[in-house]
Ligand binder design. Structure first.
Ligand SMILES: [Zn+2]
Length: 318
């Protein structure tokens, strides 16, 4: 699984810090001459100018120095993390670190509160970022936020299929019409739309426009700040999203997919996003050939209020 979220590029000077995070350790340099702790990593002590520094593993506890909540993604790729809880933490050693808070509700965040580190694996190669959570939270010290792990967790947490589905005969017009609703179903499982999947679809469809396939160029030139999935790809992925329904249409001999009355792509799906879908019955109409049901299926990036695909799917039961 890939992500297009920007990730740190370790330098010769900062590599020990990033390598430590991969192993679930917070390491920062300390000046051997005067004992001063140093962050961000650099070649010299910013207090006495000594170049005699030693990397040390610290406990990572500290206090919240300041924070802000971002209501609009800082880049489209972060839509699934809204609101991001961006923070500056002051370690007990005195240095300040830019970070993100996890595992805390907005209302619980207070400047000055005690915090502890959380090592968050964000890429399948083990790349980890340093997050913090409230010191009194019972949270694992190491978490896995790779898109694959998040989707798997959502899968596990997804509501069990509805056990007692209401059975509705396809030729019972009144019963079929009672399915029409303004209210959407519960959400489906989630799947990850990563760059590898987008590239495969580009190959298959022949639509290899750079806005889908060239992350570097898209980062600089695309109005979306990165590559996005083809609308048609997100639409066909509806087949992999299992939407829990509380009814089942029965008694028919044949079911025909007539296509769509309406197909719209109102919002982009940035590469690396997770998507899920929900549905409602929009219309039921008795035709000479059978009963026609129009289902509005909406697919959203997880966390986004605007749908990425609106599909009014028309099904004929005969
Ligand atoms: Zn020093």
């Amino acid at each position: 699984m890939s992500t297009n979220k920007p990730l740190p590029t370790p330098t010769e000077i900062s590599a020990p810090f990033w390598n430590g995070l991969k192993e679930g350790r917070l390491t920062i340099p300390q000046c051997t001459s005067c004992g001063h702790w140093i962050f961000f990593p650099r070649r010299h002590c910013d207090k006495c100018w000594s170049q005699d520094l030693t990397w040390k593993t610290v406990k990572g506890t500290g206090t919240l120095y300041t924070y802000t909540l971002t209501r609009i993604p800082t880049l489209p790729d972060f839509a699934d993390e809204m609101p991001q809880k961006m923070a500056v933490v002051e370690l007990d050693e005195g240095v300040r670190i830019n970070t993100t808070l996890v595992g805390v509700d907005e209302a619980e965040i207070q400047v000055g509160m005690r915090v502890k580190p959380v090592f968050d694996t964000v890429k399948s190669d083990g790349t980890a970022l340093l997050r913090f959570t409230a010191a009194d939270k019972d949270m694992a010290e190491r978490i896995d936020s790779t898109p694959a792990a998040l989707a798997a967790a959502a899968e596990a947490a997804a509501a069990a299929p509805v056990a007692d589905k209401r059975q509705v005969r396809f030729d019972d017009e009144a019963a079929m019409k009672s399915l029409v609703s303004e209210t959407y179903s519960a959400w489906s499982n989630q799947i990850v739309v990563d760059q590898a999947l987008i590239d495969e679809f580009a190959k298959l469809s022949g639509d290899d426009y750079w806005i889908h396939t060239d992350p570097e160029r898209a980062r600089k030139q695309s109005p979306f700040g990165g590559t996005i999935a083809h609308g048609a790809l997100v639409q066909v992925l509806q087949s992999r999203l299992r939407i829990p329904l509380d009814y089942e249409v029965v008694g028919f001999n044949n079911m025909v997919n007539y296509g769509s009355d309406r197909l719209r792509f109102p919002a982009p799906v940035p590469a690396g996003s997770r998507i899920h879908a929900r549905t409602r019955v929009k219309a039921v109409e008795k035709l000479p050939k059978g009963m026609q049901l129009t289902m509005e299926i909406v697919t959203h990036v997880v966390g986004s209020e605007r749908p990425s695909v609106i599909n009014d799917l028309v099904i004929l039961y005969m």
